[in-house]
Design a protein around this ligand. Structure first.
Ligand code: C2E
Ligand code: CA
Ligand code: CA
Length: 845
């Protein structure tokens, strides 16, 4: 229903009061024409004609005793002139019928019809005269226009019209009116035209004392007519607009069928029906007002809401959209009205999606969900959409209404939050949490398809050193590049995540052969080995990778990661830059490691570390000239733990740095005590680990400890290994020179086990070579070994270096070494490592 129809309907109901609410007092004519009882009839008629009223009230002693009306004029005998001169008392109607002032118009209409009255005197509650009310007043005031509009004129036509010839006398006309209960007669002239003579005319003729003249002379001409199709409303308007009281009714053929007046209109009305109609219309009026208000409200909301609204007809053709729709989609109303909403679809949803949507709409009358649509610009965006099927009262589908909001912002925020929660902010790689998800998925996938997958635990070997020495910024940039290379080594379905620090984990899915994981690991090691250039620094990192395979090495993500981690540690132990496949045996070992590591942390604080000393002896004199400090861990439960059990671990964890410092200081302090005891000729030999030597502050540390303990530098020998010297020769040479500058001596430990050639030794400022126990061991049985030892001793001497043979366990070995000119010897043959007190006792000559 459009607003225009609402207007038409509401206009039909006079917003005013209905006849049930209007009282007689409100419409009564207050000026009553009154006369005394002895007034002559023609004079009374004259007064009525002059006042243009239809009745005169006869009053005696202020009491109404009768009424004379136009109707009564019909009773006058026009043949007898005397009749005009009679006193009105003789011809008036009595008694006077009254109605109360507060009677409703509705009830008045009923009384007019039922009592066949045409005038009532209106009185107030005290009986005072208020005025006269007529049928005409009712018709004009009842508020029955809507009823009159609905009814055609032909419903009240009586159809027994008998026009008089012009020659008929006036008395004949009055008689006909009386007999036919009509208030007018029609005169038919010879030329086919009509005239009319009414009760009011008769009253005027009475006033004029007119004789019984032919009606052709007296009638009013022409008769005003209306077609029989006209509504009663039209007739009522004609009568009141033209100030007339009768109108002729013409048939379609133009012939006159009747004359109707206000009285006819009123008497033809079905009053109870009118009343019901009025009531119904009033209710409708109220309802419409309310719904109009609601509609206005709804329109305002639709107009201003931020959600896009689209309404279609039952064929899903768009019939209206709101401004938010235009804002969100870019389409103006005229571009979409009449079209199907599918014009907005992005193509992202499948046809099945839409089928499901429509069938749910049909089933449940509503659908809600997220959908991707396309803006006019072509951009696609997600929206939250609710579609409602709208049905009329009979349950017939009339419209669909779609309400949607753009949720791209929401989605972006969601995605951002998800990204923060699941990705490492530095490298953009998945984080630990997402990795766990992916691993779970990969494991489930492997299980379903009876395939394998692998977890690669990737650890950068020297990253911490770079971070510490060059700063975090450079470290970060290195990590970013490493992350990039790692991703490049993997297939699209694989995941590599950063676990924090310099640890990464890759999950490989769909492996046909576990060897594939090893190949990938080798590829990663290769890719990361290439130097990375950051800010002018050429950085090289090496990688250790541990591999666990699922389902073989574990059926739960945490176990798989742990096992890959264990394998990675093994790879590091075996000498970095390598990968290891997990083997169950590693697990037990690693548990032992873990316990040990924790305990070792405490060892330093709890003073569980002690030094033992082993003599270095001059073979000819048998005199002890030096002591090698060897570390022991006095574990409360495990007893005395040999260094082979914990030094590799201390190196791995970095604990060797503080431990090494403790050893150096403890050895120097011990030396001080020996000097005090008179053994100031003894030398002290201290082992230095590769990790300690790498530390930039190492030289400074040695200088500080010497100074603090008062150690004579020339009596201190630092034992280094070959591998330490090979790492970075230039730096090593300058560091060795710095140490020498402090005055300390340098020994090369375990000589012969490494890769160094003898010629190579020339480059380093070494004072002493310690030949590894490996060569001493078989020297008396293996001539090859004997030859090597002899050559070493000769060459060392030519370079000005002193030679120490380690692991001398027998007199035979001692004899051979003596023959080759070995300077010093060390081994169980001369003495086991023992605590400081026993050591001193053993070196007494
Ligand atoms: P190393 O520097 O070669 O020390 C000599 C090792 O040989 C000692 O083992 C010693 O007990 C052993 N040894 C000496 N004579 C004989 C012999 O005649 N026969 C046999 N079979 N062995 C002999 P230890 O004390 O178990 O030390 C093992 C390694 O631990 C040392 O090898 C050294 O590399 C490391 N180490 C010991 N103390 C320290 C320390 O304070 N700092 C560092 N960084 N490493 C240390
Ligand atoms: Ca040593
Ligand atoms: Ca050694």
């Amino acid at each position: 229903m459009t607003l225009a129809t609402f207007d038409a309907l509401t206009a039909a109901v006079p917003g005013a009061l209905s006849s049930a609410e209007i009282t007689v007092g409100q419409i009564v004519h207050t000026g009553i024409l009154e006369c005394p009882p002895d007034l002559l009839l023609h004079e009374a008629a004259r007064r009525m004609s002059a006042a243009r009223v239809s009745s005169i009230l006869v009053v005696e002693n202020d009491i109404p005793i009768g009424i004379w009306t136009e109707r009564d004029a019909l009773a006058v005998d026009f043949d007898h002139p005397d009749s005009f001169d009679r006193p009105i008392r003789d011809v008036m109607s009595a008694p006077v019928r009254t109605v109360a002032r507060d009677l409703s118009l509705q009830e008045l209409a009923v009384r007019f019809r039922d009592e066949h009255m045409r005038h009532y005197l209106v009185v107030d509650p005290q009986g005072r005269r208020c005025g006269i009310v007529t049928q005409t007043d009712v018709v004009l005031n009842q508020g029955i226009e809507h009823y009159l509009k609905l009814r055609k004129l032909d419903t009240i036509i009586k159809g027994n019209l008998q026009p008089l010839p012009p020659s008929a006398p006036l008395g004949e006309a009055a008689r006909q009116m009386r007999d036919a209960a009509r208030d007018a007669v029609v005169v038919a002239y010879e030329d086919g035209s009509y005239g009319i003579l009414t009760e009011r005319d008769l009253t005027r003729l009475v006033a004029e004392r007119a004789g019984n003249r032919p009606v052709g002379e007296l009638a009013s001409r022409p008769l005003i007519t209306v077609g029989e199709d006209a509504s009663l409303y039209r007739v009522r308007c004609m009568l009141s607009d033209r100030g007339i009281r009768h109108v002729g009714v013409l048939r379609h053929d133009g012939s006159l069928t009747d004359v109707v007046s206000f009285a006819d209109i009123l008497s033809g009305m079905e009053l109870s029906y009118v009343q019901e109609l009025q009531h119904a219309l009033r209710q409708r009026d109220l309802a419409l007002n309310a719904s109009q208000r609601n509609l206005h409200l709804a329109e305002k909301i639709i107009e201003t809401t931020l959600e896009g609204i689209l309404i279609t007809d039952d064929k899903a053709r768009i019939i209206s959209v709101n401004p938010a729709f235009t804002r969100l989609t870019g389409y103006r109303p005229e571009e979409v009205i009449g079209r199907n909403p599918s014009m907005l679809s992005s193509g992202r949803q499948t046809p099945e999606f839409y089928q499901e949507m429509w069938s749910r709409l049909q089933r449940e009358g509503q659908w809600q969900g997220e959908i991707w649509n396309r803006r006019k610009t072509g951009e696609i965006y997600p929206e939250l959409l609710t579609i409602t099927a709208i049905k009329d009262r009979d349950g017939k589908l009339t419209n669909y209404a779609a309400v949607f909001s753009d949720i791209s912002q929401l989605k972006e925020n969601e995605a951002r939050i998800r990204h923060l929660a699941y990705y490492d902010p530095l490298t953009g790689l998945p984080n630990r949490r997402l990795l766990e998800d992916r691993l779970q998925v990969a494991m489930a996938h492997a299980h379903r398809h009876r395939k394998r997958g692998a977890v690669l635990f990737i650890d950068l070997d020297r990253f911490k050193r770079i971070n510490d020495s060059l700063g975090h910024e450079i470290g970060d940039r290195l990590l970013i590049e490493i992350a990039r290379r790692l991703s490049a080594c993997l297939r699209e379905d694989d995941t590599v995540a950063r676990m924090g620090g310099d640890e990464f984990i890759a999950v490989l899915s769909d492996l046909t052969d576990p060897d594939d994981a090893a190949h990938t690991a080798a590829r990663i090691i290769e890719a990361l080995r290439r130097p990375v250039e950051v800010d002018g620094h050429e950085l090289t990192v090496t990688t250790s990778i541990g591999i666990s395979v699922f389902p073989d090495d574990g059926r739960d993500p945490a176990v798989l990661v742990k096992n890959a981690d264990i394998a990675m540690y093994r790879a590091k132990e075996e000498g970095r830059n390598a990968f290891q496949l997990y083997q169950p045996a590693m697990n037990a070992r690693s548990l032992e490691h873990l316990a040990l590591e924790n305990a070792l942390h405490r060892a330093l604080d709890c003073e569980e570390l002690v030094l033992h000393f082993q003599p270095l002896v001059q073979h000819d004199t048998g005199q002890t000239v030096a002591a090698e400090a060897l570390l022991r861990w006095q574990h409360p439960e495990l007893g005395l733990v040999p260094p082979a059990k914990f030094i590799p671990l201390a190196e791995e964890t970095g604990l060797i740095v503080p431990i090494g410092e403790w050893v150096l200081r403890a050895a120097c302090l011990q030396h001080a005590r020996w000097r005090e005891a008179g053994h100031d000729h003894l030398h002290m030999q201290v082992n230095i680990s590769a990790r300690q030597f790498r530390d930039e502050n190492f030289t400074a540390l040695v200088a500080r400890v010497i100074a603090e303990t008062g150690m004579p530098a020339a009596q201190l020998t630092l034992e280094l290994t070959e591998t330490m010297l090979m790492e970075d020769s230039e730096r090593t040479v300058s560091m060795l020179n710095d140490l020498r500058a402090l005055g300390v001596r340098l020994a090369l430990d375990d000589f012969g086990t490494g890769y160094s050639s003898l010629a190579y030794l020339k480059r380093f400022p070494i004072n002493e070579l310690k030949i590894d126990r490996l060569f001493t061991r078989d020297i008396d049985r293996n001539p090859g070994d004997a030859a090597i030892v002899e050559a070493i001793i000769r060459l060392a001497h030519s370079l000005g270096q002193r030679v120490v043979a380690e692991g001398v366990e027998s007199a035979a070995q001692r004899a051979i070494l003596a023959r080759y000119g070995c300077d010093l010897m060390q081994g169980f043959h001369f003495g086991h490592p023992t605590d400081a007190t026993r050591f001193l006792l053993s070196c007494q000559p």
